[in-house]
Design a protein around this ligand. Structure first.
Ligand code: HEM
Length: 392
């Protein structure tokens, strides 16, 4: 079979501004395509992205050229396979158990949400990105991981710095200098928690990892916490901003949610389907294989584009439209296979059960500012970069 066709037209800049038009064309004309600008082969159909992620023995998460290792100063669980991956993942999974979510974390998240939403000024226009979504996501996560002694601004900065470093395919030194500093700060903050005797035995992720019968090495504890900082702040932030934007731009949809006809969970799921906060994930073919009508060679790195899978005409009608009333809206925004998002239930409960209902309860008539445009941006990670809203 032939190798995938090569696209040497699209640039990373184009993909950052508007990836969806490229993906739509790719799904129609060349769903498996090697993109010169990123040096990887993109998979744009839902069946292919799922197939690759579900078959970890054939498609490894260990991409040798990923900037993530340099940025995180670690070989993180997201780049490990099999038993090594399971060991790191399981070590902190009990912190996220349904019982802890119900009895420990969600009551705290409710208090935090009441506090942050309660501080928003009624009758004024504010940017909900900086005034609510970013700091609120950071504060919630800080409790779950045991870093509640760290300021919101530092957590947000660390999250963005790590994400920028993990996506630093151009190997820019300035971005790695920033991740080096962030790593020093994060390691120091983790040490504060680890050495405080009163923290032992608590349900947060650091204490849970330390309390294992065979505790993880300090490097693995640090790298797990960094993954959760990079994966657990910007994504709920972007999900809630996308949801608010979607509802405020479609008043008829907002109405069916506020009158109770459509549940908040639909709003959350539709938002991350429509604009996936994590748009893609890489996997390396460990042996020669085929996808669709194309040969894939051992060592080729595949970009599974879940953002495109979520708009695939074969699984969803008019996927480019935000519509909370869909009867079925399957999506892959939380991934597939062994690396399926560990924070799925945390994110669902936080955004759909707590934050969105409270925000719209306090400001049922809030509206988009007609004088400012809301912009979405991002290739690897994507969401609104501003959301100016009049709070009524
Ligand atoms: C709307 C919110 C979120 C979205 C859309 C999202 C999406 C994802 C995706 C797509 C992956 C898989 C990446 C891959 O296959 O390589 C992932 C992994 C992960 N997520 Fe999330 N995430 C969200 C929220 C969270 C939160 C709140 C946490 C933590 C509290 C979290 C923790 C993790 C961790 C630890 C992994 C790595 C799992 C592993 O490699 O085994 N995520 N997430």
């Amino acid at each position: 079979m032939p190798l995938p066709p090569v696209d040497d037209q699209i640039s990373i800049g184009d993909l950052t501004t508007n990836p969806y038009s490229f993906y739509r064309k790719a799904r129609a004309e060349h769903p498996v395509v090697t993109v010169s600008a990123v040096g990887r082969t993109m998979l744009t159909k839902a069946a292919d992205t799922k197939f690759v992620k579900d078959n970890w023995e054939l498609f490894s998460s260990d991409d040798p050229n990923t900037p993530m290792r340099r940025a995180f100063q670690a070989h993180t669980l997201m780049r490990k396979d099999g038993a090594a991956h399971q060991r790191d993942r399981t070590a902190m999974a009990s912190s996220f158990s349904p019982r802890n979510l119900r009895e420990v974390w969600m009551p705290i998240y409710e208090e935090v949400a009441d506090d942050y939403i309660g501080r928003l000024p009624r009758g004024e226009t504010v940017d909900l990105f900086s005034a609510l979504a970013a700091p609120l996501s950071a504060r919630c996560l800080s409790h779950l991981i045991g870093l509640d002694h760290v300021a919101d601004a530092d957590l947000c900065r660390w999250s963005q710095t790590l994400i920028d470093g993990a996506g630093n395919f151009g190997q820019q030194q300035a971005l790695f200098d920033a991740t080096d500093s962030a790593n020093d700060e994060i390691n120091a903050a983790i040490d504060v928690t680890m050495t405080a005797p009163e923290q032992a035995g608590k349900p947060h992720a650091i204490a849970v990892m330390l309390g294992q019968e065979a505790p993880l090495e300090i490097e693995a504890i640090r790298s797990n916490i960094k993954i959760v900082i990079g994966g657990g702040i910007n994504e709920p932030r972007d999900a809630m901003l996308t949801a608010i934007f979607g509802l405020l731009s479609n008043p008829d949809q907002k109405q069916v949610v506020l009158d109770g006809t459509t549940p908040w969970l639909n709003v959350f799921e539709e938002s991350i389907r429509w604009v996936a906060p994590i748009q893609l994930s890489s996997r390396r073919a460990v042996e020669d294989t085929q996808i669709g009508d194309h040969d894939i060679r051992a060592g080729d790195v595949l970009m599974t584009i879940q953002a495109s899978a979520n708009h695939d005409e074969e699984v969803i009608e008019n996927g480019h439209l935000f519509d909370v009333r869909r009867a079925r809206a399957p999506h892959q925004a939380f991934g597939n296979g062994p690396h399926f998002c560990l924070g799925t239930h945390v994110a669902r409960k936080m955004v759909a059960d707590i934050i969105l209902p409270r925000l719209f309860d306090r400001f049922p008539d809030m509206s988009l500012d007609p004088n400012q445009r809301v912009a979405f941006r991002g290739f690897g990670f994507r969401g609104p970069i501003n959301l100016p809203v009049r709070l009524n």
